[in-house]
Design a protein around this ligand. Structure first.
Ligand code: TXA
Ligand code: MG
Length: 352
């Protein structure tokens, strides 16, 4: 299959031809990679079991890992979901369109192939204009997991999509770099109180401002046997090199990472360090990736997946990362980093 990459700008008039073509592909059961505000998605018709199967095959994803259904009109939620609690409308009013996914009981129109066999459906209304135009042109209900091949870091550019999906999808819509860079926050609305299944840009504090109570599932990085979001049980975002996170006071972390780097370099391995802008000059002997300033956590979130891919491209075998426990996005950033490391975290004890 030839994969075409086409540009879109988020203007219905300028994008008309692209959207017509993309919608034709979706309606014929094909696949299109699309930008959203979080990460690129691998899109197919959510109401067609055969399209869902093609998504799993293209992504190399186990078919018990459900897909998020994307809509572009609030009222469309009633077509696919039932028993929607009042609190969901409050969240929708505050955060939709935007990087929030809510889980509801599904209606029969949604095939089990899309929901990985579950009786629930995850629904998201993205704010990205290109995504919205595409969803509406394609019939209103789009299943889209993150566009990466299963296990690889999520895609934040069309070039990343091409690396993973060339020959596996009919089209990639290039809408430039995504804004946020981390996947949506997922909240299960079928339980009381609602339960956060995946951390994202909409953080716990923001959800608490709208909801009376909220639970948090066991950390995605650590849930193994029966996680509430089936995707949590799979290793995610894994770079090819072995990633270890080192956490503690700045100087202790730098000393320990430099020691580990020296050890690996002595054995002939290619090593890299992921460091905050403020600390990058503390490291020596390895490739040093400046992920952004600790005062700009949006940038750290935005760069994380791209940095992991750059380290793959450089053939790095051992990666040491600082910990980024920033106030607003720290939970989401560390969730992704921990999973990328397979939970390999090294705590430096304060010396007294
Ligand atoms: O930001 C995002 O959410 C991106 C963009 C493309 O919209 N999509 C995304 O999809 O991250 P994906 O498939 O990579 O991650 C969806 C997660 C998986 O962990 C999956 O198990 C969980 O959502 N999920 C989907 N439907 C579910 C359901 N009915 N119940 C529980 N978890 C569900
Ligand atoms: Mg994913």
């Amino acid at each position: 299959m030839i994969t075409r990459v086409v540009k879109a700008v988020g203007d219905p008039v300028a994008d008309r031809k692209v959207m017509e073509e993309a919608a034709g592909i979706i309606k014929a059961g094909g696949l299109v990679a699309i930008p959203t505000e979080t990460v690129y998605g691998l899109a197919g018709n959510a109401l067609d079991p055969a399209s869902a199967k093609r998504i799993y095959a293209a992504k190399g994803r186990p078919s018990d890992n459900p897909l998020i259904v994307h809509i572009a009109r609030l009222e469309d939620i009633d077509t696919i979901a039932g028993d929607i609690p009042e609190e969901a409308y409050k969240l929708a009013e505050r955060f939709w369109p935007g990087p929030l996914t809510m889980i509801f009981h599904k209606k029969d129109i949604v095939p089990r192939e899309t929901t990985g066999g579950l009786e629930t459906v995850a629904v998201r209304f993205p704010v990205n204009k290109i995504a919205q135009e595409f969803i509406l042109a394609s019939g209103g209900f789009i299943a889209a997991p993150s566009a990466n091949v299963s296990g690889r870091p999520s895609c934040t550019t069309a070039a990343h999509c091409m690396e993973d999906l060339d020959g596996r999808v009919e089209m990639i819509i290039d809408g430039g770099e995504v804004g946020i860079g981390l996947e949506s926050t997922i909240v299960d609305m079928t339980v009381k109180p609602p339960c956060i299944l995946r951390q994202g840009y909409i953080n716990t504090q923001m959800l608490k401002e709208v909801l009376d109570g909220i639970d948090r599932a066991e950390g995605e990085a650590t849930a193994k046997e029966h996680p509430k979001a089936p995707g949590m049980k799979y290793r995610h975002y894994a770079p090819k090199g072995r990633l270890t996170i080192v956490r503690g006071n700045t100087e202790g972390v730098a000393n320990e990472i430099n020691r580990l780097v020296r050890e690996r370099e002595r054995d002939g391995y290619i090593t890299a360090v992921i460091a905050a802008h403020e600390n990058k000059d503390r490291y020596e002997g390895a490739i040093v990736k400046d992920i952004g300033s600790l005062r700009d956590e949006d940038m750290i979130a935005h760069r994380l997946f791209a940095v992991l891919r750059e380290l793959d491209d450089a053939g790095v075998e051992y990666i040491y990362s600082e910990s980024f426990d920033t106030p607003r996005l720290g939970e989401a950033i560390m969730d992704r980093l921990l999973r990328a490391s397979g939970n390999s975290i090294h705590e430096i004890k304060e010396e007294c």
